[in-house]
Design a protein around this ligand. Structure first.
Ligand SMILES: Cc1ncc(CN)c(N)n1
Length: 215
């Protein structure tokens, strides 16, 4: 495999692997993730999703082609429907009150990730937005999409896996990677390096986000 997206992932291999083999992932698949940890993760992740959808909007605005805007908008539609209702149903099941769903106290890992996404969006550079999207979705595909691995019984665990391991999601991540490759080829070295730094920082944020579940 070649290309910018693949190179960047290889540069971050240690943190990437640490995420894919994280205790959170193992407990999620085993169905042994306790409700306190799951609840903490989902409450913080809902705030991640808020900035993530804003980043998708920035990617839609800064894309250089209509076809890319369509693909990104279709993905945003999935996040704001199927994925959003997963959060709401999980919050209902876990008894999370409205205040915690909408404006919880933010952990430092969440604030850091939100700041990174805001920075990428505010740069108005399509490649920077793509770099962060490639991490956020590529890394989740890599830990979730394990053929033959059994799903846990509770929907709060199983659906968080299947939302990131299905044909639509696979296709979107493949597109994101090829799109980052395509756009990188058009960039001067300084802008490629900027996108590279966003990618690296996003991988570090992902690892810190999983680690933060167990603080
Ligand atoms: C922190 C984080 N990173 C990525 C994803 C995948 N959508 C997520 N929900 N949360």
């Amino acid at each position: 495999m070649t290309g910018f997206a693949h190179t960047l992932r290889a540069e971050c291999a240690a943190d990437w692997q640490a995420c894919c083999q994280h205790r959170f992932v193992d407990e999620l698949f085993a169905g042994s993730l306790d409700d306190a940890h799951l609840r903490q993760y989902l409450v913080q992740d809902y705030q991640f999703i808020d900035r993530f959808v804003a980043l998708l909007g920035a990617a839609i605005a800064s894309a250089d082609q209509f076809a890319a805007r369509v693909t990104l908008a279709q993905f945003a539609a999935m996040i704001t429907s199927d994925e959003n209702t997963y959060f709401i149903r999980s919050f209902d099941t876990l008894g999370v009150p409205a205040g915690e769903r909408l404006s919880p106290a933010l952990k430092p890992e969440t604030t850091a990730f939100q700041a990174l996404m805001r920075e990428a969006a505010d740069s108005r550079q399509y490649a920077n937005a793509l770099a962060v999207l490639c991490v956020a979705e590529g890394l989740y595909l890599d830990w979730a999409d394990v053929p033959g691995r059994a799903l846990p019984p509770r929907f709060e665990h199983a659906e968080w896996i299947t939302l990131h391991a299905n044909d639509f999601f696979r296709g979107f991540v493949a597109w994101l990677r090829s799109e980052l490759d395509r756009v990188a080829l058009t960039l001067p070295a300084a802008q490629q390096d900027e996108a590279r730094r966003f990618f690296h920082r996003a991988v570090a944020c992902e690892r810190a986000f999983f680690d933060g579940v167990y603080d």
